[in-house]
Design a protein around this ligand. Structure first.
Ligand code: SUG
Length: 442
């Protein structure tokens, strides 16, 4: 059975902005309060999708979520009409409204963890929706993500969409950003990276910044996704997290038999590479960056490991890196070394996703990889696979419905709140998702 990887990209929502909501994500902290242009951010994301389709990569899209999340504001005790709820929350504590308005669902690498049907014991594609319980604004995504993925992967004979893990704290789960599937002729590995263990010793936990993924969550996801012996659970290096690598995909990136990593991505990197080599056989290739070649601060600031490493139709790979990595001499040298030394990597290219980078999201954060066989692809009836026609429709929708500026206080305007709902209503029709949002079901 041949699998084709579909990259499900998220789209910046109409309330995209920079609110400094993620401690330990240095870009998010640094850009707090920067002025926001949701329209340009969404068009930039669509530009990346178009670029990847032109490379021959299979592209799909996941929609933004309704924001502000008025239902959560109500659960936090505000009442009245939607506009009154928002106005009262704004008057009480703007942070609550920032949490409820974040367009963070655009980083779909955090939507779920995926296991293709070739790797699972029941032969179905499994997706476990991430609870994202470490950050308030991100935890608000899980319920809608579960509905959206359930709608897209509705065929229960072929697909299993699991609910977000219960038990925040001990089961904090960040989805595919802390998971990497590697495959060679000799075997497959699902590498699950975790930053802390609820039952483990705290002495090696990061000291400055929160570790978001727990070992307990990683192991639960491996069980739910039925990957059996292919699961390999490994700890993120606490020093990497403290340097700003809040997800593993900030310092490591894999595709098929190739793994690119910084020495601070995992504890005991050499032992990990030995284990992967023994499971994946002779054609496993790793390209490790040491701190003297690529200081971790440069890697975190310019995201060379948050590139997309994609297999092209001719079976060679392309490394699609953020522009910021081209501007950083150490990051660029490392990427050029990868291209020179890893024979599979035939192309190195750069995309501008700066509106996402300013919140700590590079090209790889913006997509959820879903490998599908042809029969599974055909079982998806929603219009989410992005060819030229859908990309043009989405661009027209963004130009029609998004503003080129957004501040929190715009939300006090009832007209704007209506505008936001109309936009998503129209989008859910465009994507053939039906009434998938809470406000459409009320
Ligand atoms: O969870 N940023 C996101 C970035 C997610 C990146 N994803 C991966 N590495 N896969 C986060 O920290 C910042 C939003 C703000 O500050 O307004 C934010 O949520």
């Amino acid at each position: 059975m041949t699998l084709t990887e579909y990259n499900f990209d998220g789209l910046a929502g109409p309330t995209h902005g920079y609110s400094g909501l993620s401690p330990g994500n240095l870009a998010s902290e640094r850009h707090a309060g920067a002025s926001a242009n949701p329209r340009a951010a969404a068009l930039q994301g669509l530009g990346k999708m178009r670029f990847l389709t032109e490379l021959g990569v299979h592209q799909a899209v996941l929609p933004p979520q309704p924001r502000p999340d008025v239902a959560s504001l109500r659960r936090w005790g505000f009442s009245g009409s939607d506009a009154e709820v928002v106005a009262r929350a704004l008057a009480c504590d703007e942070t609550l409204v920032r949490w409820a308005s974040s367009a963070s669902a655009m980083w779909t690498a955090n939507a779920a963890t995926v296991a293709p049907s070739t790797d699972t014991s029941d032969g179905r594609l499994h997706l476990t929706v991430a609870n994202l319980s470490s950050m308030v604004h991100r935890s608000l995504e899980a319920a809608t993500t579960y509905r959206v993925l359930g709608r897209i992967f509705a065929d229960e004979e072929r697909f299993a969409v699991h609910e977000p893990l219960p038990g925040p704290g001990a089961f904090s789960d960040e989805g595919a950003a802390n998971h990497c599937r590697l495959a060679s002729d000799a075997g497959r590995v699902h590498l699950f990276a975790w930053g802390r263990s609820a039952s483990g010793a705290a002495r090696t936990a990061p000291r400055r910044y929160p570790a978001r993924q727990t070992r307990e969550a990683s192991e639960a996801v491996a069980r739910l996704n039925q990957v059996g012996d292919a699961a390999l659970s490994w700890r993120q290096a606490p020093d990497g997290i403290d340097a700003g690598a809040f997800h593993t995909d900030v310092l490591a990136l894999g595709n098929e038999n190739v793994l690119l990593l910084h020495e601070l991505a995992f504890v005991d990197a050499e032992r990990l590479l030995g284990e992967l080599g023994s499971r994946l056989g002779a054609n496993f290739r790793a390209c490790l960056a040491r701190s003297d070649e690529l200081p971790v601060a440069d890697a975190v600031a310019s995201y060379p490991f948050n590139s997309q490493l994609v297999t092209l139709p001719d079976r060679t790979m392309a490394l699609v890196a953020p522009e910021e990595a081209r501007q950083n001499p150490a990051a660029l040298r490392y990427l050029e070394r990868v291209q020179a030394q890893v024979p599979e990597v035939g192309r190195l290219c750069f995309v501008d996703v700066n509106a996402s980078m300013k919140n700590g999201g590079g090209p790889a954060c913006l997509r959820l990889r879903v490998p599908l066989c042809e029969d599974e692809r055909n079982a998806v009836t929603a219009r989410v696979f992005a060819g030229e026609a859908l990309l043009s429709d989405l661009e027209a929708w963004v130009k029609r419905r998004y503003r080129d500026r957004f501040t929190l206080h715009d939300l006090a305007d009832p007209e704007f709140l209506r505008e936001l709902e109309t936009a998503l209503d129209e989008l859910s029709t465009l994507l053939g998702l039906g009434s998938v949002y809470e406000f459409q079901r009320a």
